[in-house]
Ligand binder design. Structure first.
Ligand code: NAD
Length: 246
C-alpha cells in the first residue's frame, strides 16, 4: 500500500478525523511558512515583529511587517489542500479543522468547523477602547496613510487580532482544540513543524486519549515519534489524493 492509501485506511478505520494545520498547508498558495529555509523567520526576527513587547515598543515596525503580510495574504487563494479538507468535511469524513494559520484560507475554501487557535487577520482591535475593525476597513486605513493604522473612534493604534509571542491563546479556541483532540479517532496533522506550544501538545492529547496521529509534512516534525504514519510530501497533492481515496 502506498502511504496515501495507508492514510485513507486510517481515516476510514479510525473516525472521527480531526485535522490540525500549520503554515505548510498554505505555502502552495504563495504564503511563506515560518521555520523553513525560505520561511519568514529566516529574514526577520520574530521577537521584533510578532511579540507583544515589540508591539508596545514600536507598533510602527510591527505594522510595517503586517502591511507586507496583509498584501501577501490578500493575493492568496485557497489551494487544493484547503479545498480537499472542505470537501471531506462536507462528506462527513472530517469533523473539524484546528488551524494555527491566520490567513482565513480554510474558511474561504468552504470549511465550516474551523478553530483558529492563533486568531486571524479577520479583525484588528483598538488597544484602548477595544473597538474592532474588519479586514477591509484596516486595508483602507493602511492605504490612506503610512505607518500604523489608528482606531477611527479614539485614535489609538490598532493591533491585529492575531496571537503574538508573549500573548496567551484565546481560551475558548484552545479549549475546543483540546476537546476535539481528545475525541479524535485520528488526528491528521498537515504542514506544521509542531514546535510551537501549546498547539504542539495537541498530538500527545490525542494519543493519551487512545487516538492515532498521522502527519503529512515536508521534512521531520518535533512530534514524529507520536505518529502511526508520517508522510513526507506536499500537502496539496496528498490531500487531493486522500479525498479521491476515502
Ligand atoms: P512552521 O513554519 O514552523 O512549519 C511549517 C512546516 O510545513 C515545515 O515543517 C515545512 O517543512 C512544512 N511545509 C512547508 N510547505 C509544505 C507543503 N507544501 N506541504 C507539506 N509541508 C509543508 O509553521 P507552523 O508549524 O504553522 O508554526 C507554528 C505557528 O507559529 C504558526 O502557525 C504561527 O501561527 C505561529 N506563530 C505566528 C506568529 C505571528 O506571526 N504572530 C508568531 C509566532 C508563531
Amino acid at each position: 500500500m502506498d502511504p496515501v492509501e495507508q492514510l485513507a485506511a486510517l481515516v476510514r478505520g479510525r473516525p472521527p478525523c480531526v485535522v490540525l494545520t500549520g503554515a505548510g498547508i498554505s505555502t502552495e498558495s504563495g504564503i511563506p511558512d515560518f521555520r523553513s529555509r525560505s520561511g519568514i523567520w529566516a529574514d526577520v526576527d520574530p521577537f521584533e515583529v510578532a511579540s507583544l513587547s515589540a508591539f508596545r515598543r514600536d507598533p510602527e515596525r510591527v505594522w510595517e511587517f503586517y502591511r507586507w503580510r496583509l498584501s501577501v495574504l490578500g493575493d492568496a487563494e485557497p489551494n487544493e489542500g484547503h479545498l480537499a479538507l472542505a470537501e471531506l468535511e462536507r462528506r462527513g469524513v472530517v469533523e473539524a479543522v484546528v488551524t494555527q494559520n491566520i490567513d482565513l484560507l480554510h474558511a474561504r475554501a468552504g470549511s465550516r468547523n474551523v478553530v483558529e487557535v492563533h486568531g486571524s487577520i479577520r479583525t484588528s482591535s483598538c488597544r484602548r477602547c477595544r473597538a474592532a475593525q474588519g479586514l477591509e476597513r484596516v486595508r483602507e486605513l493602511l492605504a490612506a496613510s503610512a505607518g500604523a493604522p489608528r482606531c477611527p473612534r479614539c485614535g489609538a493604534v490598532l493591533k491585529p487580532d492575531v496571537v503574538f509571542f508573549e500573548e496567551p491563546l484565546p481560551e475558548a479556541a484552545i479549549g475546543e482544540a483540546y476537546s476535539l483532540a481528545r475525541r479524535a479517532g485520528l488526528l491528521l496533522v498537515v504542514g506544521s513543524s509542531l514546535e510551537v506550544y501549546p498547539v504542539a501538545e495537541v498530538p500527545a492529547v490525542t494519543r493519551r486519549a487512545g487516538g492515532d496521529v498521522a502527519i503529512v509534512n515536508r521534512g521531520a516534525t518535533a512530534q514524529d515519534g507520536l505518529a502511526t504514519l508520517t508522510i513526507d510530501a506536499g500537502a496539496g497533492e496528498t490531500l487531493r489524493r486522500l479525498a479521491e481515496l476515502v
